[in-house]
Design a protein around this ligand. Structure first.
Ligand SMILES: *Cc1c(COP(=O)(O)O)cnc(C)c1O
Length: 453
């Protein structure tokens, strides 16, 4: 498998190109639409908020997109990330399955997110941008962009979902250490923030609200562009370094995955590992099942509708076709902040719709139980988001045990949980409760979906 991949890897074993799944899909994904006209949007519509190089990648149908040298140079700080065989976890589970995981927690910010933050900072710098505005949920994306901004000499302003701002003071400190400014969202600094505060003064915020604030700031200022940490095609593209490296590392280990697993909030780390495997699958070179895992309390793929919707609560973004809970749905304040988004990446939604991947949802306490099991066997403490992938991998391994099968499981451990120890403390003290999913709230939010001809 993967001769093309080997060809595209540098001597440092870091890929030379990102992989664009759009080039190999049996059907093109539905286009994003202008919310005013209902017509497909063009590059000009995105120009106020994104640099041209990023817009070109967003709409590209090229299979391979070369990684610029300064980005590869920066990747070298932590890439290639390790592929680890979880032998002790296999023993603890007493499973005939082989479990491998790709560990993205070795990056400076502690997750996969710098893979795209570095690329986006580079392209913005190249086009003369001075400031980046963005949102962050758990703080992983904000710290990743703050890190990238520091390396490429850009100011970074981060709207942080209020519940996380309160729960994660150390993530904020990390952003400030890298030189970024961190603002709790909803904030009184923007029209979108003020509108929410008027209606819901006690709002704990959501990614949808924070996105509206950050986009508003970028749209209003010439020196400022916006950077998104997930969902969009170019973000998923940048994350494919994970899967390309994994494929070579699995070949080194003489292993082929039967199951490929990633947790999915906006879908980027999942896509980063999975899309290169989907290429192999579509070409008949891989038999892997591909599984995306989401929280049961924000079940976009398993309970949402595949429909055109806004990416944000303030309705400033284009309409994209995706699995969505409705842009007015505010997920409960559970601990995997990075998975609290009402939608799913349009490309991930598209491949789910085409039946190329499976989706699963798990409650948070069962995910923490699996995360603790992994920590006690392998030493790594997963981020609460990543624990969803761990739980799915453990379930697959236990299925293999029941069925007497020695399958190979590969999952992405998207980040470490060193800034999330309060969540672990809550779990151990029994204060972490599984929040029942609010069906009535879902129905209300879905009733407000925009009407698209
Ligand atoms: C942000 C984050 C996620 C969720 O985002 P995706 O775009 O779905 O990958 C998952 N894991 C970690 C560690 C994160 O920081």
């Amino acid at each position: 498998m993967g001769d093309s991949v080997k060809y595209l890897l540098g001597e440092d074993r870091i890929p030379k190109a990102w992989y664009n799944l759009v080039a190999d899909l049996p059907e093109p994904p539905p286009p994003p639409l202008h919310p005013g006209t209902g017509k497909p949007i063009g590059p000009d519509d995105l120009a106020p908020i994104f640099p041209m190089a990023v817009i070109a990648q967003e709409v590209s149908t090229e299979r391979w997109i070369e990684i610029p040298d300064p980005v590869r140079e920066t990747y070298r700080l932590w890439r290639p990330s390790p592929l680890i065989r979880a032998r002790r976890l296999e023993q603890a589970l007493d499973t005939p399955a082989k479990i491998f995981f790709k560990y993205e927690g070795v990056s400076p910010a502690g997750s996969h997110k710098p893979n795209t933050a570095v690329a986006q900072a580079f392209y913005n710098k190249q086009e003369g941008v001075k400031r980046l505005s963005t949102e962050t949920g758990a703080g992983q994306w904000g710290s990743s962009l703050a890190f990238a901004g520091a390396l490429f000499g850009l100011e970074v302003e981060v709207y942080m979902v209020k519940v996380s701002y309160q729960q994660k003071p150390y993530r904020r400190a990390l952003m400030e250490t890298y030189g970024a400014r961190c603002i709790p969202s909803p904030s009184p600094l923007t029209a979108s923030g003020r509108a929410i505060l008027e209606k819901f003064p006690d709002s704990t915020g959501s990614l949808g609200i924070a996105i509206s604030e950050a986009v508003e700031v970028a749209a209003q200022r010439d020196d400022t562009k916006y950077a998104l940490g997930s969902v969009l095609n170019h973000v998923l593209l940048h994350q494919t370094v994970i899967g390309e490296e994994a494929m070579l590392q699995m070949a080194d280990a003489d292993a082929e995955p039967d199951v490929v697993i990633g947790c999915a909030g906006g879908g980027s780390n999942f896509a980063g590992l999975a899309f290169p495997y989907l290429r192999e699958k579509l070409a008949g070179r891989s038999r892997a099942r591909v599984v995306a895992v989401e929280p049961a309390s924000c079940p976009t793929m398993t309970q949402g509708r595949y429909a055109y919707d806004f990416g944000d609560t303030g309705h400033l973004t284009p309409l994209v076709k995706m699995h969505t809970l409705g842009s007015s749905f505010v997920p409960p304040g559970f601990h995997a902040g990075g998975l609290r988004y009402h939608g799913m990446a349009p490309l991930v939604s598209h491949v789910l719709h085409l039946g190329l991947i499976e989706a699963k949802a798990y409650a948070q306490t069962e995910c923490f139980a699996a995360a603790v099991q992994l920590a006690r066997a392998e030493g790594i403490v997963p981020a609460p988001e990543s624990s969803h992938a761990v739980k799915a991998a453990v379930d697959e391994a236990l299925r293999c045990k029941r069925e007497g099968k020695s399958e190979t499981i590969l999952f992405n451990l998207s980040g470490h949980g060193h800034f999330d120890m309060q969540a672990y403390t809550d779990y151990f003290s029994g204060n972490l409760k599984d929040v029942p999913f609010d069906r009535a709230a879902l129905e209300r939010a879905l009733a407000e979906l925009p009407v698209v001809a």
